[in-house]
Design a protein around this ligand. Structure first.
Ligand code: PGA
Length: 246
């Protein structure tokens, strides 16, 4: 697959739609071996740009398995510093060194369980850009906020506060992930997704995430302002994920 000579090989708005698999803290060596040998033929023929984001310890194994496929390797988090005394952390440069092309930043689980603020997320996105990675920046509202009719203004605010000035079409994707849709089986209506994506009016590629499955992926990807999807749970189900990328 050609990527038009863009530095990160990831294409911007003109790209094939993107499917990002976020495995979160799941998987094992045995799982990855089975999963990828089953998936490889579909990764090669898929019409989508695919980015697999395994947990840190499995990045190397996945990068080896992806070698002869057009799929990209991504990570789920990074530190803001390029190196240093930060026990237990991983820098964006290390991710790039390992072959990652992208990194998910500001996922709602990181915001909720690790107290990540927009300010920290912005610094991480800056670090990712400095390391030559595409940042997949996650934003999304809680159920309370949606019910109070403040979803759009909240998400726009989050986006503005999370994106540094280094963000470009080539190095940043934005994933709109309503918190109440993640891992719940609930999704906004297609109209609500389209309304949010239109309101974001971003030049950057916009993904949707939250309970995307083989049952709804087609109609979500068909929305004009949706450039791709971020898939959690369903990306770990071999048969289902194979169907989704085919
Ligand atoms: P889900 O997760 O597909 O399991 O809802 C999406 C995500 O957390 O990115």
């Amino acid at each position: 697959m050609a990527f038009g000579g863009l530095p990160l090989e990831l294409k911007g708005k003109s790209m094939n739609k993107t499917i990002v698999a976020n495995w979160k803290m799941n998987g094992s060596r045995a799982f990855i071996e089975d999963f990828l040998s089953f998936l490889t033929p579909s990764l090669i023929t898929s019409p989508y740009q695919i980015i697999l984001c395994p947990p840190f310890p499995y990045l190397f194994a996945v990068s080896k398995a992806l070698k002869n496929t057009p799929a990209h390797l991504g990570a789920q988090n990074c530190h803001i510093a390029p190196e240093g005394a930060f026990t237990g952390e991983t820098s964006a440069f290390m991710l790039s060194d390992l072959g990652c092309k992208a990194v998910i930043i500001g996922h709602s689980e990181r915001r909720a369980f690790f107290n990540e603020t927009d300010e920290l997320i912005k610094a991480k996105v800056t670090a990712a850009h400095a390391a030559g990675l595409t940042a997949i920046v996650c934003i999304g509202e809680s159920l309370n906020v949606r019910q109070a009719g403040r979803a759009i203004e909240t998400v726009i605010q989050q986006l503005n506060a999370s994106l540094p000035s280094s963000s470009t079409l080539q190095n940043t994707m934005v994933a709109y992930e309503p918190i109440w849709a993640i891992g719940t089986g609930l999704t906004p209506s297609l109209e609500e997704i389209e309304e949010m994506h239109q309101a974001l009016l971003s030049d950057l590629p916009l993904l949707y995430g939250g309970s995307v499955t083989d049952k709804n992926i087609k109609e979500i990807l068909a929305l004009p302002h949706v450039n791709g999807v971020l898939v959690g749970g369903a990306s770990l189900k071999t048969d289902i994920f194979k169907k989704m990328i085919s």
